[in-house]
Design a protein around this ligand. Structure first.
Ligand code: NAG
Ligand code: NAG
Ligand code: NAG
Ligand code: NAG
Ligand code: NAG
Length: 548
């Protein structure tokens, strides 16, 4: 809409209407810092650009149904010359003086730091540059504020698509899972208080007994009742880009693609001997634990430096469970052949004190030649931006504890099995999503002993505090209502695990090779969410707006 700038009379009338009706909120730079914490703030300088007033009224109308927007007017010229709201002049950005409109996108809370936001940067203005045409203004606000409006105020085609995607996300069917029942029937039978204890106990002859199975875990299928854990859908190749997008990626639906990695060169080629011969001297970063339980949550008071360690109150007050810590494995650098020796030893029952895991090790970084032995799935490659390609190798008796990853994942099993138990990224209050302090085990190679030595001043943002094998329902009562999904994979199978699905992974070895080998692709997620944030929802990642 033209603002009638060449007609002083119209101009005057508009200005008068504006002054009398006062349809716009006034804003100062002092207001901005608090406004941007919950809104995208769109500010027009009507005083210096009076003929912009009708356009501004009209775009406010366009976005009237979007609650996350705040429209206001100001005189930017005053921002740098008058009181700057108590902020130092240096921090106040200079707003372009040649534009009538500026957007201050909603501040994405940086949840990686729990220290107070006292030195948070001043909101950065994004000046509108372009023709003052309504469709261009609307597109500008859509892009800066994450909205999806057409000029007439209806949802745009992309907005409708987004809405339908978010309405139709896959959820595990409640009717076939009744965890409460399973828990009631199983709580008495596990003699160990945690899986970690079970795994490292000398009485445990076979570590696989510590893994979930009938009659001593929450997963018992009581014979009198038909309570099963929902099973992942299983399909086979071929899978087109459209099928993958429509049926799985858009729905955030896990799926197993059976046998999809079976024809890879890696499947037959990557024997211990081959890896040792070609990469034996490569340095790798290896994780070590006493019993194969990689991560898990326990009382901080068990740690040696507990007495000397204190979390600042300002951080402690933001923790749901300040008394707990996530146990991170010890780490060591060694050459690849030393690592292979370690897992060969560990596979032997007598030396199961040390379990070594080559976890998420970058193939392009450490063993770039091996990438040629893997085939990235075209249907994924065409849609998603690849971030990582990793190798996972262990003696095969490991647990990866309940957590989520901020990536779309293809987990490709080459040797051994993984029983992967997933939980919906929906209603994460039941999973007690939040910051949990962490601590790191130390390993003394000469004594072959582990120590609970070091509490860290960092937190984990992706781990659940719940011990799935022995959940404390007094402490975590909401966990009763979660809905697990069993996505177990065997040799050659590929699990598509969408971003933010919680998962706990129980690996078991190929019995003749005594190892577990997998490869995974991590992609920038199609659906993303803020984390840790138990009540934040999934939304379309702006990097993929072109797919809408
Ligand atoms: C699950 O089990 C609990 C406890 O017995 C019961 O109250 C509830 O109705 C069950 N829910 C379903 C969906 O069967
Ligand atoms: C392994 O653990 C057992 C008991 O758990 C212990 O007796 C043995 O000394 C340990 N072995 C080594 C090499 O530390
Ligand atoms: C998950 O499914 C696999 C087979 O696909 C089965 O062997 C395993 O027992 C199931 N696990 C649970 C906990 O139900
Ligand atoms: C591994 O590296 C160390 C030096 O870090 C070296 O002494 C050793 O011989 C290497 N082992 C093999 C098997 O290459
Ligand atoms: C274990 O690996 C061998 C190849 O070394 C293969 O023939 C066998 O089928 C695998 N076992 C299982 C249970 O997958």
């Amino acid at each position: 809409m033209e603002a009638g700038g060449r007609n002083p009379a119209l101009f005057f009338v508009l200005l008068t209407i504006f002054r009398v009706a006062s349809p716009f909120n006034q804003i100062t730079e002092r207001d901005l810092t608090s406004l941007v914490t919950h809104s995208c703030v769109v500010v027009a300088d009507i005083e210096n650009f009076p003929n912009f007033a009708p356009s501004f009224s009209s775009i406010q109308q366009t976005f009237k149904d979007d609650h996350g927007l705040y429209f206001a007017v100001t005189n930017f010229a005053r921002w740098s010359t008058t009181s700057n709201g108590g902020l130092s002049t240096k921090e106040v950005p200079l707003v372009h003086e040649d534009t009538p409109l500026v957007a201050f996108p909603k501040r994405v809370v940086d949840r990686s730091c729990l220290l107070p936001p006292s030195f948070q940067p001043y909101p950065q203005p994004i000046p509108f540059q372009g023709l003052q045409h309504e469709s261009i203004l609307t597109a500008f606000i859509n892009s800066q504020c994450g909205t999806y409006r057409s000029v007439d105020g209806s949802l745009s085609k992309r907005g409708l698509h987004r809405h339908s995607i978010l309405q139709n996300l896959f959820h595990v069917d409640q009717s076939i899972t009744n965890l409460t029942m399973d828990l009631l029937y199983s709580s008495h039978s596990n003699p160990f208080s945690t899986a970690a204890e079970c795994l490292s106990s000398p009485e445990t002859a076979d570590r696989r007994l510590c893994l979930p199975k009938e009659d001593h875990s929450m997963y018992s299928q009581h014979t009198q009742h038909e309570h099963h854990i929902a099973q992942c859908e299983r399909i086979r190749l071929p899978l087109t880009r459209e099928e993958f997008f429509e049926n799985y990626l858009k729905k955030s639906k896990p799926v197993i693609i059976e046998g999809a990695a079976k024809h890879w060169a890696a499947y037959s080629k990557w024997t211990h001997e081959f890896l040792r011969e070609n990469y034996g001297l490569k340095k790798v970063h290896v994780k070590l634990t006493p019993g194969g339980d990689f991560e898990g949550v326990e009382k901080a008071e068990r740690w040696e430096d507990y007495g000397d360690f204190s979390i600042p109150d300002v951080v402690r007050n933001q923790l749901q469970f300040p008394e707990l810590v996530v146990v991170r494995p010890a780490a060591a650098n060694m050459n690849f052949s030393e690592f292979l020796d370690l897992i060969t030893l560990a596979a032997d029952q007598s030396a199961r004190n040390v379990s070594a895991y080559l976890e998420y090790s970058s193939i392009p970084e450490y063993m770039p030649d091996l990438e040629g032995d893997i085939e990235e799935f075209i249907f994924a490659k065409d849609l998603l931006n690849r971030k990582h390609l990793n190798m996972w190798l262990s003696d095969g008796n490991t647990i990866g504890r309940l957590h989520f990853d901020e990536y779309d994942n293809f987990l490709c099993q080459l040797r051994g099995q993984k029983q992967v138990i997933l939980f919906d990224p929906h209603d994460n209050t039941r999973m007690y999503e939040g910051h949990i302090p962490q601590a790191m085990l130390s390993y003394d190679a000469s004594q072959k002993r582990f120590f609970r030595k070091t509490l860290k001043d960092s937190t984990s943002m992706v781990m659940s505090p719940i011990d799935l094998l022995n959940p404390d329902l007094q402490k975590f009562p909401l966990f009763r209502d979660v809905r697990p999904l069993n996505c177990s994979i065997g040799e050659g199978d590929v699990l598509f695990m969408p971003s933010f699905w919680w998962h706990e992974v129980y690996s078991t070895p190929n019995l003749s090779e005594k190892r577990n080998l997998a490869v995974n692709f991590w992609y920038e997620p199609f659906l993303q969410k803020e984390f840790p944030c138990a009540d934040c929802d999934l939304d379309i990642n702006p990097s993929y707006h072109h797919l809408l």
